[in-house]
Structures are given as structure tokens and as C-alpha cells.
Design a protein around this ligand. Sequence first.
Ligand SMILES: NC(=O)c1ccc[n+]([C@@H]2O[C@H](COP(=O)([O-])OP(=O)(O)OC[C@H]3O[C@@H](n4cnc5c(N)ncnc54)[C@H](O)[C@@H]3O)[C@@H](O)[C@H]2O)c1
Length: 282
Amino acid sequence: MARKLAVIGAGLMGSGIAQVSAQAGWDVVLRDVTDGALARGKDGIAASYEKFVSKGKLEAAAAEQALARITTTTDLDAVSDADVVVEAVFEKIEVKREIFQALDKLAKDEAVLASNTSAIPITKIAAATSRPERVVGTHFFSPVPMMQLCELVRGYKTSDETLAAAREFAESVGKTCIVVNRDVAGFVTTRLISALVVEAAKLYESGVASAEDIDTACKLGFGHAMGPLATADLTGVDILLHATGNIYTESQDEKFAPPEIMRRMVDAGDIGRKSGQGFYAH
Ligand SMILES: NC(=O)c1ccc[n+]([C@@H]2O[C@H](COP(=O)([O-])OP(=O)(O)OC[C@H]3O[C@@H](n4cnc5c(N)ncnc54)[C@H](O)[C@@H]3O)[C@@H](O)[C@H]2O)c1
């Protein structure tokens, strides 16, 4: 019998996780608060499957079967028979804690309770439940169908069994996992990109090199697909300022102190691609 996955939140990440999981044979129930959000999520998944079919990367019949494995609901009770629950709602700790409190009452005792948070400590989310050993971070990357990585995050009380079950789930949907053994701010991935962006912005700010040359150094010197300043523009300078600021506050490590230029860019509204101007004009 196929195993059952419940995904809470049918936005960009939740629908991506549902998509790859259904394709890998999981029975998926996708839960959101409104029928509109569920319809948008499921339509997006159908469109993405169609794209893979048109490119010859997925059989039409397989796409149809995968889509049929995804049901949608606004009822949180639907998690009651899930083996794995992945939460992918807004990045707000109060919302996530409220959901985990409810999951604690509704989910099977042996279910894995996972959060896709990109920055909130798993320990804080797990503390909303009576079973923090069953709570783990499964940090997928966007777009989920294309990105290979899943960053598994151990909360303070996450058990070895839970981590192993989370790994098994992520690998079953085609991802390669890295394990974050201590629940530090920014995990591994956000710490790495923050350190790189902060240093790149400092070099740019002090006139050591142009934005283009800093990015070219990373692309041609280190084989990065994209330079740090172009990445900042794509992600949003505001998002990265917030992320590095959080890591700095928690760690008090000077290397994460956001440089002044990032604050001024955000004050001025030059936050990257979404505003038309960041380190580059778009
Ligand atoms: N967008 C990214 O690139 C990215 C990458 C990695 C991790 N994340 C993390 O994934 C999570 C989701 O991000 P996203 O970009 O998919 O957000 P999103 O805004 O696209 O989707 C969030 C969804 O959650 C729903 N929601 C809100 N409250 C809910 C509730 N109580 N029950 C069920 N659904 C609820 C919303 O209606 C919305 O559909 C966040 O924690 C985010 O930090 C995002």
C-alpha cells in the first residue's frame, strides 16, 4: 500500500513537495485554508506535470496517475492517517506553532512531523507539541521539482529514528540530503549564502571590485552557477538582510553583521529583481 503524506500549505513550496511526492508514488493530501489556494496549488502542479510531459521527461500516463494521487482539503483532520506530515505555511512562528499544536492532537503517534521552514529554529516549533522527538526540519529548495537538495534539520530533541525517517522520505522523492546536526540560526545553507553575500556586499561597498567582477570571480573561479550579488537580487536584498540580521542577532558573529549598503538599499527600495533595481539594474 502506498504511504501517505500530508502537506500543510498549498503555496509555492507545499505544492512543489506534493508534486514530487505524488510522482514518487506517495498518496498525498494537500491542505490549505481556502478552496482558492488549493485550486491554485493543484492547477500549478498539473501545469508543471504537463511541462515535464511536453519536454519528454515524464510519461503522460504517469503524470495523470500522479495527479490522481493528490487530494485536497481544508480539513486538518485529514492528517490523521499520514505517515509523514510536511508543514509549508507562511514563515511565521505563531502560525507554525499553532499548526504543530493541532498536528500533535491529530497525527498518528508514529508520524514524522516535518517543517519546511527556511529559518525558524525547529526546536521552537517542536516545543509546541508533546512529542518534540518526532519533529524535524525538511528544508526543500525552490523550485522543488528542479532542486536536488533537502536540508534535514535536527531540533534539540529530534530522535535518530525521526531523522532517519525524514531522510527516507526525502530520498524517496528523489532528493539528496544534508544533515544539520545542531539547530543553529540559518542552518547550513542560509549561513553559507549569508556569509558570501555579506562579504561580496562589503567588497562592492568599499570599491574593491564591481558587482559584475565579484560575481564573475565566484562563477569562473569557484564554478558557482550564479554570483552572490546576482543571487541577492534574485532572492531579494530585503530577504537576505533579514536572514543575515537574524543569524547575527543569534550568533553575535561579526561575519554575519549586515553591511550598511544592504540597509540603505532596502531603505531606498532597491531590493533586487522585484523592484527593478538592486546590485544590478533589471
Ligand atoms: N519560497 C521559497 O523559495 C522557499 C524556499 C525554502 C523554504 N521556504 C519556506 O517554505 C514555507 C512556505 O513558503 P512558500 O514560499 O511556499 O509560501 P507561500 O506563501 O507560497 O504559501 C504558503 C501557503 O500556506 C497557506 N497557509 C497559511 N496558513 C495556513 C494554515 N493554517 N493551514 C494551511 N495552510 C495555510 C497559505 O494560504 C499559502 O497557500 C515557509 O516556511 C518558507 O520560509 C520557502
